[in-house]
Write a protein that binds this ligand. Structure first.
Ligand code: ADP
Ligand code: MG
Length: 294
């Protein structure tokens, strides 16, 4: 076989390979906030459970790497965590645990300090593993750590949808605005939904959303959608102490009903299709190729 022929053969073989599309594409959701302590982890977990109760296959990834708490909220300790995935290149099939209602999750783990810089190789491994399981899920939720670190930004910008959690307090709204501004200034096309947590009533939630979306619209020309309010409820911290998700422990509470409505609002949008938007994996790998920075 001469050189040209062997080249042709190789080209044919490559063309015969199935294209790198993901048949059943999971919808990726990044749950973020301006500052910590507004309810991201509790809402990520309980929304994941609500989606699962509605028949969806859900993967929850605690991306508060090194300071994760999803396993504490679930009340089960996992053998492996995101720290092992990133540090030891532990494959997903060993890191993923089955939680209540059949949700799959990867704990954030402990033992990395916030300043730990992950290199591109760590993230590339994670990305490959993630790509290999995306087809198994309807929804993948990322519970992000506080603030938007350089490590986290590519995930948030690549997600099909960003869920911003705020409380009705003006300080929390301001923090949410700063986080959205940070994202909007990258020039990426973003789909953002807002959850107003710890509301005393419905009006509370709507007016907080209006304040935030009015400012974001005026100064950043970015539209926001309202995912809904979640009431202030002592059952949240009761469930945290009991280490059982409130949606399962107190299914008929106003609190759980509000989280089911959040899940409905996510379901309304249907699943993301890669036809119009670039897929999560495409976007994320191009961010990581550029050196994990923007
Ligand atoms: N809707 C709520 N009602 C009452 N307390 C809440 C509510 N949401 C969150 N909290 C309180 O805030 C704490 C922090 O929540 P968490 O989900 O860990 O926040 P984050 O992940 O944003 O840091 C909870 O342990 C609970 O005490
Ligand atoms: Mg958290």
């Amino acid at each position: 076989m001469d050189q040209a022929e062997s080249l042709r053969k190789r080209m044919e073989l490559r063309l015969a390979e199935p294209p790198a599309v993901y048949q059943k594409k999971a919808k990726t959701l990044a749950v973020i906030s301006g500052k910590g302590g507004v309810g991201k982890s509790n809402l990520s977990l309980n929304t994941a459970l609500a989606l699962s109760k509605k028949g969806k296959n859900v993967l929850l990834i605690d991306l508060d790497v090194g300071m994760g708490n999803i396993d504490i909220l679930i009340g089960r300790q996992t053998l492996y965590t995101m720290v092992d995935v990133l540090n030891q290149k532990l494959p997903f099939d060993r890191a993923v645990s089955t939680g209540p209602e059949g949700i799959q999750y990867i704990s954030g783990g402990t033992g990395l300090n916030a300043m730990f810089e992950l290199n591109r190789e760590n993230w590339s491994f994670f990305l490959k593993e993630l790509a290999s399981v995306l087809g198994n899920f309807d929804y993948v939720l990322f519970d992000m750590g506080a603030g938007l670190s350089k490590n986290q930004l590519p995930f948030v910008l690549s997600a099909d949808e960003i869920l911003v959690v705020t409380t009705p307090e003006p300080t929390s709204i301001m923090d949410a605005y700063s986080a959205i501004k940070h994202l909007a200034l990258t020039g990426q096309k973003l789909k953002i939904k807002v959850i107003v947590n710890r509301c005393t009533n419905q009006k509370d939630g709507i007016s907080a959303f209006m304040r935030l979306s009015g400012t974001v619209n005026a100064f950043l020309q970015q539209k926001l959608a309202y995912a809904g309010p979640v009431p202030e409820d002592p059952l949240v911290s009761k469930a945290v102490v009991e280490q059982q998700p409130f949606l399962l422990k107190y299914p008929r509470s106003k609190l759980s009903r509000a989280v089911y409505l959040l899940a409905d609002s996510l379901l309304e949008d249907g699943r993301a299709h890669s036809d119009e938007n670039r897929s999560f994996i495409d976007k994320l790998s191009s961010f990581l190729r550029r050196g994990n920075t923007l």
